[in-house]
Write a protein that binds this ligand. Structure first.
Ligand code: HEM
Length: 413
């Protein structure tokens, strides 16, 4: 084998780290439903066929575990819903699900709206990085709605900083060749512990206050094993705020760039729904799902061995020309009056057994937040440069989203 052939997979690994969104999309162009990608000494399998995606996501418990980058050994959230596996996961999901059922989320509508209004009362006319403001807003919504835990914005900011440091740690660790055990005195681990400690302290305070709150979730946590409760609080805080904040930031970005869609979304709830769907299509905050096979599996007609790393990407499936007309364009109207799509073409909240527990919660939060913002302000995009997606664990707008907010005459605010 020539030297360049030997180097090729390593070259691909560097390219993957440099531009994962572009590279996955290029691999996704292959008509094959499963595409092997050689990265260094690993072969990742990108699954793009909707039937095969369905096979992976719907048969998780039996055939798969969470894959590369999803670290079940993590002392802080390894036992939480996002990372744990059966049998622990099945019990916790059954118990916690109760507070995320549509009826339970709907019952939180009024308090959720009040929390959002309180946050928006602190926004002002002028040019604002909405991405930054929305992180605070969504963190407050998650903590106050789920746990009825009142926190000043200033205190919340330090929790948010710790949770962002933690996300960055997970992201770096997922890309690192060397993953030291958490107890090892390693520089990367020091960063981890300095983020994990304040989050654990915060979760402890939330749990300690459970008898004084009217929220149901803290009481549900009592039914879980004691070594898991704080993990679930931190998981819900982490999984429940940055994703929604990014989804809202991308939506405001798109609305600020498309005045006609902005006007329609302001007055027509069907349009607002279509805008949300289209925003989650173009910029799915969870852009990559990873799995590993527990035994040999056959996806469609494609055999994979045990321990095969598998990638499923909403980013890729939402942007393939074979599934979408003008996939790169923002066209909310494509959703209006449309019959339901075939399954696993569009899955911003994942699917199957490990689908997002917070989908209804996030949707309600997005509808309320966007309606209130659109009622108070007109939005105008305020950057010279376009906003690029930054694919960390969640798909962030690189350098934020700068928008000029102008009060609408006669509106509150
Ligand atoms: C727009 C906002 C959101 C998006 C796009 C999103 C997306 C996702 C996706 C794609 C998954 C599946 C991951 C996988 O299969 O590996 C997931 C799982 C999860 N999400 Fe969300 N999410 C959002 C908001 C929320 C909120 C608001 C909460 C909680 C309040 C939440 C809590 C969770 C949890 C706990 C899991 C793990 C569920 C399990 O495995 O049983 N998410 N989310």
């Amino acid at each position: 084998m020539s030297t360049s052939a030997l180097l090729a997979p390593w070259h691909t690994l560097l390219k993957f780290h440099h531009d994962p969104l572009g590279m996955l999309l290029r691999y996704g162009q292959s008509p094959e439903p499963v595409v092997p990608i050689r990265l260094g000494r690993w072969t990742l399998n990108l699954v793009t066929g909707p039937a095969e995606v369905g096979q992976v996501l719907s048969r998780h418990v039996q055939y798969y575990h969470k894959g590369p980058g999803m670290d079940r050994e993590n002392p802080l959230i390894g036992r939480g819903l996002l990372l744990s596996e059966t049998p622990r996961w099945e019990t916790s999901r059954r118990i916690l699900k109760e507070e995320f059922l549509p009826t339970a989320v709907q019952a939180q509508r009024v308090p959720m709206r009040r929390i959002i209004e309180n946050q928006l009362d602190q926004w002002h006319d002028g040019t604002v990085n909405v991405a930054e403001q929305l992180i605070l807003l969504t963190a407050q919504v998650a903590i106050q709605t789920l746990f009825d835990f009142p926190t000043e914005n200033a205190a919340m900011t330090s929790v948010i900083d710790a949770s962002q440091d933690l996300m960055m740690f997970f992201y770096r660790r997922s890309r690192s060749f060397f993953r030291p055990q958490y107890g090892m005195p390693w520089p990367m681990n020091r960063k981890y512990w300095s983020a994990a400690k304040p989050l654990t302290g915060f979760a402890e305070r939330i749990y300690a206050r459970r008898a004084e709150t009217s929220a149901k979730l803290p009481a549900l946590l009592e039914q879980l094993p004691s070594d898991e409760r704080l993990a679930q609080i931190v998981t819900l805080l982490i999984a429940g705020h940055e994703t929604t904040a990014n989804a809202l930031s991308w939506t405001l970005y798109l609305l600020a760039r498309h005045q006609e869609a902005q006007n329609l979304a302001r007055t027509d709830p069907e349009w607002l729904e279509a805008v949300i769907k289209e925003s989650l299509r173009l910029y799915p905050p969870v852009w990559l799902l990873s799995r590993v096979s527990l035994e040999p599996v056959t996806l469609g007609s494609y055999p994979l061995p045990k321990d095969a790393p598998i990638l499923v990407s909403p980013w890729v499936n939402h942007r393939l020309e074979r599934y979408w007309e003008r996939p790169e364009a923002f066209l909310p109207q494509r959703w209006i009056g449309r019959p339901p799509l075939p399954p696993f073409l569009y899955f911003p909240f994942g699917g199957g057994q490990r689908s997002c527990i917070g989908e209804t919660f996030a949707h309600q939060e997005m509808v309320i937040t966007l309606s209130l913002i659109l009622a108070r302000w007109t939005l105008e995009f305020a950057s010279r440069d376009d906003v690029l997606p930054l694919p960390l664990l969640s798909l962030k707008p690189k350098n934020g989203v700068w928008i000029r907010l102008a009060s609408r005459s006669g509106a509150l605010g």
